[in-house]
Write a protein that binds this ligand. Structure first.
Ligand code: R5P
Length: 270
């Protein structure tokens, strides 16, 4: 068994190879002067079960993903599982106005052309999984790993920024061994609080939540998410609003501290 890591997910590919007891493939990736992508897998993958790990954001990583799938398919492999830890375009999961694409479906259709199985992590809209109608597709939950991490940090309360995402906070809290709630105007005097979300992009949601928690008397505020997108230097602004910030390795960034590899491996073995 081999894990092939795209250039966006070196850390996760290495961790996943460990969790699956698989070999990590040597992969060369580079960009030509005109920015076109080049990939080459420097292994013999004939007869192997292969896991490809490459995040589906930003656009350049999606192109690399398709090229890696194609390169893997050139071998006589036994099976290919494509793991897209952060599924970009998931927020355009329907037509909001006439004339728009259903972007998440467009990406799903292309990915499934060249894979036997598909896995992603905490996809923004779980209904996206249904668009993988020709291959087995699974959504892996990172929240148990976030919960373990926050338990070690001594967090006392886990909060979701809104009621709609409360169940995610509950999954984290179940493992962290503390209470979960959504942002409510109750006193949190002296409490060590974590706000948990699936994605942090502009940081607007987290910053607003942190301001509210300070008013409620929280002593220490930690932000944690599965996917640290941090658009437009959001990280600098968020760091002013919270004491600590952590994310998983679905997107490698300076706040990455939690690996989702054990959860991917667990679901892969099911
Ligand atoms: C919303 O539905 C999501 O769960 C996140 O709360 C949202 O994507 C965060 O975005 P931002 O960081 O731009 O507020």
């Amino acid at each position: 068994m081999y894990v092939v890591g795209g250039s966006a997910n070196g850390m996760l590919a290495k961790e996943l190879a460990k969790s699956l007891k698989a070999r990590l493939a040597k992969v060369e990736t580079k960009r030509f002067p005109d920015d076109e992508c080049y990939v080459r897998i420097d292994e013999d993958l004939d007869g192997e079960d292969v896991f490809l790990v490459q995040t589906g954001w930003p656009d350049r990583n999606i192109i690399e993903l398709f090229l890696l799938q194609d390169a893997i398919r050139e071998f006589e492999i036994s099976s290919l599982t494509t793991v897209v830890p952060y599924f970009g375009y998931a927020r355009q999961d329907k037509q909001f106005k006439p004339g728009e694409p259903i972007s998440a479906r467009a990406i799903a259709r292309l990915i499934q052309l060249q894979t036997d199985e598909f896995m992603t992590v905490d996809v923004h809209a779980v209904s996206i999984i249904d668009w993988f109608d020709n291959v087995s597709a699974k959504n892996v939950c990172a929240y148990p790993e976030i919960g373990k991490f926050l338990r070690a940090k001594g967090v006392q309360v886990i909060l979701s920024p809104d009621e709609g995402r409360w169940e995610n906070a509950k999954r984290v809290a179940d493992v962290a061994g503390c209470d979960a709630d959504f942002l409510v105007k109750e006193r949190l005097d002296g409490k060590h609080v974590a706000i948990v979300d699936d994605i942090i992009s502009t940081g607007g949601t987290i910053i607003k939540a942190a301001e509210q928690l300070k008013i409620q008397g929280a002593k220490k505020i930690v932000a944690a998410c599965t996917h640290g997108v941090f658009a437009n230097n959001a990280l600098d602004r968020i760091r002013l609003a919270v004491d600590e910030i952590y994310s998983t390795d679905t997107i490698e960034n300076p706040t990455t501290a939690i690996t989702v590899a054990p959860q991917i491996a667990r679901i892969a073995r099911d």
